[in-house]
Design a protein around this ligand. Structure first.
Ligand code: F6P
Length: 306
């Protein structure tokens, strides 16, 4: 996110515009936490996780009064266009402000990678690498003790992180909301791995799957599989840390594209990555849909886990 903030500010300055940062997202916006940012204010942040602007969960922004107050605050500061960086909630707020007449462009940022209109959102690749590094370490101890590890990743409604990390970590089984599997299927997969001489087994469970990691362990403990199970819930470590090169580049490209498009008079869209290109999708469409995990990867994962 910092790489995107930096790109937005510096592109605006390069175009002869002024740039302002809004602290704590929509909550800060309605409270008028808006201040001007110069090139130096966004120096030395490209390698930092989180966001220097900070953020907030603010369900109250769905209320029309809050949206009107946001417009008043922007007008009072002389701000006439907004770049909104965030996940699906951010895009819903951006769509509402666009409806009310503000020039707005969205930039998708969500480790869950559930934002419609882009192949990938800022943060998802870095989070994936964090998960994979953790699973590699767990596999060391799993192998030494001949254990099976159930690893829970984030992803409230989308199994992207679990699915991708499961494939590249060689998981025996992946549990995601888009493709539910029964505990008996997991037991079969783990039992089969044991019978084939594997010294460990990895099961990756998405936070949004029907059975969470602990509930799954309870069910598996009662079945005979040859392995002893342990649970690791990765939690918020997935949302921090220095962004990888790929995420920094994506954030820079999207930040530049958002400001250049606003400058050309475009509004009401989210910029995202489609294939290798930056492409725009109407905010109204982005706000009304959700990007599911790609089930072709699920098929691949099952085939490769032998
Ligand atoms: O950013 C999305 C997400 O990481 C989800 O995967 C997770 O369910 C949620 O955030 C956790 O949110 P909070 O930090 O507000 O508990």
């Amino acid at each position: 996110m910092n790489a995107a903030v930096r790109a937005v500010v510096r592109t605006a300055l390069a175009l002869g515009l002024r740039a302002f940062g809004i602290r704590r997202a929509y909550e800060g916006l309605v409270r008028g936490e808006i201040s001007e940012l110069g090139a130096r204010d966004v120096g030395g942040i490209i390698q930092r996780g989180g966001t220097i602007l900070q953020t907030a969960r603010f369900p109250g922004f769905a209320e029309p009064e809050a949206q009107q107050e946001a417009l008043r605050q922007l007008e009072a500061k002389g701000v006439d266009a907004l770049v909104a960086i965030g996940g699906d909630g951010t895009m819903r707020g951006a769509a509402a402000l666009h409806q009310l007449g503000l020039a707005v462009i969205g930039i998708p940022a969500s480790i869950d990678n559930d934002v419609h209109g882009t192949d990938i959102s800022i943060g998802a690749d870095t989070a994936l690498n964090t998960i994979v590094a953790a699973i590699d370490k767990l596999r060391d101890t799993a192998s030494s003790h001949q254990r099976a590890f159930i690893v829970e990743t984030m992803g409230r409604r989308c199994g992207h992180l679990a699915l991708m990390s499961g494939i590249v970590s060689g998981a025996e089984m992946i549990m995601i909301p888009e493709r539910e599997a029964a505990p008996e299927d997991v037991a079969d997969a783990v039992r089969g791995a044991h019978a084939r001489g594997k010294t460990h087994a990895i099961i990756v469970v998405s936070e949004g799957a029907q059975l969470g990691a602990n509930a799954l362990k309870e069910r598996l403990d009662g079945m005979s599989t040859g392995f002893d199970f342990r649970v690791t819930i990765l939690g918020h470590v997935q949302r921090g840390g220095s962004p990888g090169a790929w995420d920094r580049l994506l954030a820079a490209r999207l930040g530049v594209a958002a400001v250049e498009r606003l400058h050309r008079g475009e509004s009401g869209v989210m910029v995202g990555l489609r294939g290798r290109e930056i492409a725009a999708t109407e905010l109204a469409e982005v706000a009304s849909r959700q990007r599911p995990a790609d089930l072709e990867y699920y098929r691949m994962a099952r085939m490769l886990a032998t």
